[in-house]
Design a protein around this ligand. Sequence first.
Ligand code: SF4
Length: 356
Amino acid sequence: MTRRKTRQIMVGGVAIGSDAHIPVQSMTNVPAHDFNGTVSQLLRLERAGCDIARIAVPKEEYAEIFTYAKEQGVKIPLVADIHFDYKIALAALKAGADKIRINPGNIGESWKVEEVATAAKSMGIPIRIGVNGGSLEESLLKKYGSPTAEAIAESALTQADVLEKFGFSDIVISIKSSDVCKMVQASELVAANSSYPLHLGVTEAGDAFSGLVKNAAGIGALLTHGIGDTIRVSLTADPVEEIRAGREILKSVGMWHRGGVNIISCPTCGRTKVDLISLVGKLREAVTDIDTKGKTVNVAVMGCVVNGPGEAREADFGIAGGDGFGVLFRRGVPEGRVEEDKIVETLVANVLEFVG
Ligand code: SF4
């Protein structure tokens, strides 16, 4: 799979576009006035592996959160999410935001957009144009009859033109829609007609389960065709879950670069004689936050001897289930029987020993 060649922009120290690793993003959901709550959530996101975090800034006085968060030790780049008022964007730039997310279409007169573009350019700060199928310009809705993929793509490219007209080209485009197919088609149109890096995500996607499925379908489809430069998995859930979900999507398409534990497990069937579902759940919990120091550690947990030994042998560590026990494989070599209640701790101990 060849990735689409794009311009590359920098958000703080994080590159987006072309051959850069794909940053996983999230957004805080603490009330905007609660600076300490926001900082504490940002630090949790940072610990969970979030690369870039966005903060909604509905009032000018809340822009100070960028200065405050950095004073409190937040290190990941921070994005100001701005709607309607260009003065908030200017205040966020002044307060140290590393990127601004605006929709030039709802900022108003073009001189206001120009002021934001000029200030961002002078500070070397990129702008994300975020187009959402739910808030398209009236003129495009009239032209296309509804928020079609073509309408969404045209909105994004027109808004990029507006910034380009003001000499600003440090642009990332995001196409957001709650409709997976529309998000994919509109992103493909923008990709085919520009060289801007693309921020991918299915928005208003639902809870942790349905949101992950929709985002995996949409983001996954695009990534496997080389399109997409940064992702956010929007979930009605704790933002930390968005980071875990994003990491799993990148792992599933072979684009995760920081290692981690990759679990291979069978779906279980009438031959299974260990409680594999519970074992895999416990293993997932136990290994999710292990720092593997950049290594990918494959761990197979298989229900029986049909496919078990084969998968377990191929993995770094594996279990082929028996009746109330499993046979442990380490780097392809069978090492004997482990009782069912010791399987998770045995695998975790092996992973920890392996990563050092
Ligand atoms: Fe069933 Fe065994 Fe296959 Fe698991 S590995 S699904 S238990 S046949």
